[in-house]
Design a protein around this ligand. Structure first.
Ligand code: GAL
Length: 396
């Protein structure tokens, strides 16, 4: 019933039921956006200097050349609006245009954050009532990416629900219209700006996202730097692969690789899963303190190539047996990326019959993390370490 009503709501505001085709416009990101975001490490303490340092590190570490180009300032950059409604940054961000210029001078792109509500999740100024004004200002600053986080709009939604007891979908119409308002405002600037919805995966943003002009949409509540949370998010992506296409990306949240809460094997699992899902890869660590292991994970070219495959299809889980799971993503050139995840804390010998994962004739197998070819096989007999992963490319 609710799905039906959602479809009617979306039709009413010009979004098709599938959400995929009603509004056809040039996609701002034909491949999953890659870069860095301040939130996971710096949270609400981030400064202009931290962001500039991240830009420098993206270049010196080689991450920019591996594809990580967006430098995204998350929540807490905002100050107050003046009498004309113009939003100024706070004292930690003296000059946003200068920051954007600095980022661009390094061959990188500039991302920013706001909310459709009056307040962001950190309690800073949101864009409610100032959408067009803010979008123009972002464009003038050279912004290339906007994360638009629901936050206090949830209070407005509750108020709409209370005011319209006769219409159970009133709050959703209101929310979708708010996201579309900013999508339209960004489009009106004429500057290609990746539009990233952050709505915690409530109300199926993968369906209404494309229709409001979004490039990507969060499919989940926040990640944190633990194996269990990362894995639970991955499990929450099951069935969503079909909503990914070039320019339209499911976003299971930013990377935690390098933040210290998981071990190398666990971070490798995180990176493998995000690549096989075709997720945006937004590093969230302190780039000035990366270990060699962090760099090897974040900059593995073959893993990045899986994520950035030009076919642009999503990946999905094809097998779950206890805490062992197999995930697949179709790649260009009739290849398939295959991630096998041992979520058990203990190491295990796991024989995998390829017939059980969609390859009855076997496949030519390349082990991505080991960087070696295993030949044409029908059964894999491997010892998986606890919380371990194997990532392969299968070809015929
Ligand atoms: C959350 C969001 C996080 C981060 C934070 C900032 O709602 O999911 O990714 O942006 O707000 O306050």
């Amino acid at each position: 019933m609710r799905n039906l009503v959602m479809a009617l709501v979306m039709a009413a505001i010009g979004v098709s039921a599938s959400g995929q085709t009603a509004v056809k416009e040039p996609a701002a990101a034909l491949l999953p956006p890659m870069g860095w975001n301040s939130w996971n490490h710096f949270a609400n303490h981030v400064t202009d200097a931290d962001v500039r340092e991240a830009a420098d590190e993206l270049v010196s570490s080689g991450m920019r050349d591996a594809g990580y180009v967006y430098v995204n300032v998350d929540d807490t950059w905002q100050g107050k609006r003046d009498a004309a409604g113009v939003l100024h940054p706070n004292e930690r961000f003296p000059d946003m245009k200068a920051l954007g210029d600095y980022i661009h001078s390094k061959g990188l792109k500039f991302g920013i954050y706001s909310s459709p509500g009056a307040k962001t999740c950190g309690g800073y100024e949101g864009s409610l009532g100032h959408e067009a004004q803010d979008a123009k200002m972002y464009a003038a600053w050279g912004v290339d990416f906007l994360k638009y986080d629901l936050c206090s709009m949830q209070d407005d939604m509750r108020a709409v629900r209370a005011a319209h007891p006769e219409d159970p979908m009133a709050e959703y119409k209101f929310m979708i219209a708010a996201y579309k308002k900013m999508g339209d405002a960004l489009k009106a600037t004429g500057r290609p700006i990746v539009y990233s919805l952050c709505q915690y995966g409530m109300d199926e943003p993968w369906k209404f996202g494309p229709g409001v002009g979004a490039t990507m949409w969060r499919t989940t509540d926040d990640i944190n730097d633990t194996y269990q949370r990362m894995l639970n998010i991955a499990y929450g992506q099951v069935g969503l692969g079909k909503y990914t296409s070039p320019g339209h990306w499911n976003d299971p949240d930013m990377l935690e690789v390098g933040n210290g809460g998981m071990n190398t094997e666990e971070y490798r699992t995180h990176m493998s899963l995000w690549a096989v899902l075709g997720a945006p890869l937004l590093a969230g660590n302190d780039l000035s303190k990366m270990t060699e292991a962090d760099k090897a994970i974040l900059m593995n070219r073959e893993v990045i190539a899986i994520d950035q495959d030009k076919l642009g299809k999503g990946g999905d889980r094809v097998l779950q047996l206890g805490d062992f799971s197999v995930w697949e993503r179709p790649l260009s050139g009739h290849r398939t990326a295959v991630a096998m995840v041992n979520a058990s804390v203990s190491g295990r010998d796991i024989p995998v019959e390829f017939a059980a994962i969609g390859f009855p004739k076997g496949a030519k197998v390349h082990d991505v993390w080991a960087g070696k070819d295993l030949g044409h096989i029908r059964v894999l007999n491997e010892t998986f370490p606890g919380h371990g992963v194997m990532l392969f490319i299968f070809s015929e």
